[in-house]
Design a protein around this ligand. Structure first.
Ligand SMILES: O=C(CO)COP(=O)(O)O
Length: 250
């Protein structure tokens, strides 16, 4: 059984003052039975990583460039993220696919760069409501999973987050059957491509309106190994019950 993962995506929220929330979280979870990852905005990466040094919380970024360095104004390379003390990077979030026209090919290149820098790539995939309504969910998931996951993926350097676009920040959550169907499908697809051992070890997170009130039910679904949490990760008071629900389910 894999170790469960509670990951918080702060998105474009938080200045240095928000690090107090991280400190409270670190104090509250001295030796948790699940892995905890916080992904703050890039300007906070170094301070956040310094703050949690020696504690049971890891820090991740929210994007990286596919190149290791070069003339790419405003971008951040994977080795720079590692140099800050972060250990992971979220890639292919639907907000980046939408805001920056990110394609599966680009996400795959970024994930390859993340792996080369020793980072865990958290690859996000998920269907829109129109795609779900048209019965295309598993087709979309298959294409994004195949297209965005590089050959360098291994159990210990890759996490897949299923985030239905229509559930992000909306308070709407798929039914437990719908979540289970996609997670089972992702596990089977990974198994076909990478073999059973790797597929079993890659953690599959659910993301989209995970809150203290619905976390326990979601974590009870087969093949859900944790969550990628947006809004509810911004306050320790909301994130802690989600971590607890996950650890109760481990
Ligand atoms: O996009 C998400 C995490 O990456 C989910 O965001 P919410 O938890 O705010 O719906």
């Amino acid at each position: 059984m894999v170790r469960k993962l509670a990951a918080g995506n702060w998105k474009m929220n938080g200045t240095r003052a928000a690090l107090a929330e991280l400190q409270t979280l670190a104090q509250a979870h001295d030796s948790p039975s699940v892995d905890i990852l916080i992904c703050p905005p890039a300007p906070l990466l170094f301070s956040a990583a310094e703050m949690v040094k020696g504690q049971a919380i890891d820090i991740g970024a929210q994007d990286c460039h596919p190149a290791a360095s070069g003339a790419h104004t405003g971008d951040i390379a994977a080795p720079m993220i590692a140099d800050c003390g972060a250990t992971a990077v979220i890639l292919g979030h639907s907000e980046r696919r939408e805001d920056h026209n990110e394609t599966d090919d680009l996400v795959r290149a970024k994930a390859t760069a993340a792996h080369a820098a020793g980072l865990t790539a958290i690859i996000c995939i998920g269907e829109t409501l129109a795609q779900r309504d048209a019965g295309q969910t598993l087709g979309v998931i298959a294409a994004q999973l195949e297209g965005s996951t590089p050959d360098s993926a291994k159990a210990d350097n890759t996490v897949i987050a299923y985030e239905p676009v229509w559930a992000i920040g909306t308070g709407k959550v798929p039914s437990l059957e719908q979540i289970g169907e996609v997670h089972d499908f992702m596990r089977q697809s990974l198994s076909k491509r990478f073999g059973t051992d790797t597929a079993k070890g890659v953690r599959l997170l659910y993301g989209g309106s995970v809150k203290p009130a619905n976390a326990a039910q979601i974590f009870a679904v087969d093949n859900v190994d944790g969550a990628l949490v947006g809004g509810a990760s911004l306050s320790e008071g909301d994130f802690t019950p989600i971590i607890k629900a996950l650890s109760d389910n481990s």
